[in-house]
Design a protein around this ligand. Sequence first.
Ligand code: G3H
Ligand code: ZN
Length: 289
Amino acid sequence: MPLAASGTLVSRAADAGTAVAAFNVITLEHVEAVVGGAEAAGSPVILQVSENAVLFRGGRLLPLARAAAAVAEQAAVPVALHLDHVQSDELLRQAADAGFSSVMYDAARLPYGENLAATHAAADWAHAQGLWIEAELGEVGGKAEAGGVAPPLSAHAPAARTDPEEARAFVAGTGVDALAVAIGSTHAMTRRTAALDHELLGRLGPAAGVPLVLHGSSGVPDDELRAAVTGGIAKVNIGTALNVAMTTAIREFLAAHPDAVDCRPYLASARTAMTEAVARLIGVVSAAP
Ligand code: G3H
Ligand code: ZN
């Protein structure tokens, strides 16, 4: 089927009181696993390509974007493409032509006023292209910089959390379609130990007035994810969990087959492990309330 629109998938999930899962993809095996897992779950899904994934490919967006679109267009469930954590205006401007229906513009590292101004300009441009746009207020820490080093800020620190009154003013002042909120999750966690601030989430939904997005969801336990969706999260971003599944499967395969040289058997086991992780996580976040 043709590519779905991220905004439509998020709105439908929000209206139904559930969430759409959005998975970060790096390789073709990630893409196939996300679509295969969504088909197994019988649910729509969002394929995300982050700016860091583009930098991993030498700054080239199209190779992975076209592969993702080709797999998505053959899927039995609706699949949308989302350009994630975009800091570069040059990359932002490639989104629509590369098949993306949405972007997450990430100026959360900037002071509030600069974040607002930059995001407002990005939203105006995105809307003129027909793109749905998400932005971040507060700061979900732990995201690797281009060099692969995570910044010291932790979103477990209350100072990094999203303030409801700022969220209200930020959405009104920028015109964004969805807001990524810092409520206790942290990017790149390999253990699922994050505790979310559900009281804060309960105040952010009415204040923001747009669907809310949870980043760093790999470190959030199932019961916390379910409670976050019940509390108003409509898009759940997951990346590291797939890399944990992939790398664990490859490590186990190579330990059992130390003389292996053909990459296909271990990439196949990695893809299967990621597919199972995707289907399971979609079941957690997109279950009917
Ligand atoms: O935007 C992407 C997500 O926030 C992924 O975070 O890798 O910690 O699951 P994660
Ligand atoms: Zn994120």
